[in-house]
Write a protein that binds this ligand. Structure first.
Ligand code: FES
Length: 196
């Protein structure tokens, strides 16, 4: 004959079951709030599609061998476009960000030294934009490179078009006088950068 008490829960079993059901409820609530938070974040901060495209720079023949020009992209990035080769094919040009990856000063091309130079802390980059000396080299930083192409002598670089507000899809030349004034010893500091 079976024990009539055998199927009844003991106080400790009841306590465990209560704890388990509380835990399950908390997990459920956490999941619900997590989903709600993710939906709100997506609503408040929608991710924009990463749109990139080629924009016209200039007739490739306008660049003298060794000449570098600075342009501002439609989304506001500044780019050094340098004719490093003797010809006017895509491989004779390099397009690199002019913003130093160390603290954001403006980097410029020195044809006579075959290098890009950042005057803020003597950062040096080779013709491909790889840091070879100074703080950027210590940190293993390189200049951001932009793909480019030449089509019927016309030079194009590929840039982000995500932030184009008014549909402009062209580059603007940047002159030295257009560099924003700022503290420090580089007259062309990247806006908002604080030197230490
Ligand atoms: S900001 Fe260019 S080396 Fe420091």
């Amino acid at each position: 004959m079976g024990d009539p008490q055998g199927d009844e829960e003991t106080p400790s079993q009841r306590a465990s079951l209560t704890q388990l059901s509380r835990l399950a409820m908390l997990v459920g609530l956490g999941a619900a709030y997590g989903t709600l938070a993710a939906m709100m974040a997506r609503f408040l901060y929608p991710t924009r599609p990463s749109v990139r495209g080629f924009v016209f720079v200039a007739n490739a023949k306008e660049f003298r061998p060794g000449e570098a020009r600075v342009f501002r992209t439609p989304s506001g990035e500044t780019v050094n476009i340098t004719r490093q080769g003797a010809g006017v094919a895509a491989e004779d040009f390099v397009a690199l960000s002019s913003v130093c990856p160390h603290l954001g000063c403006q980097v410029h091309w020195e044809a006579q030294n075959d290098r890009y130079f950042c005057p803020c802390h003597n950062g040096v980059f080779d013709p491909a934009g790889v840091a070879t000396s100074g703080p950027p080299a210590d940190a293993g930083q390189s200049l951001l490179q932009y793909p480019l192409k030449v089509d019927a002598s016309l030079l194009f670089i590929e840039v982000a078009l995500t932030d184009v507000a008014d549909g402009r899809r062209r580059l603007e030349p940047v002159t030295a006088s257009a560099c924003p004034p700022g503290p420090g010893h580089d007259p062309c500091l990247y806006r908002g950068t604080k030197l230490t």
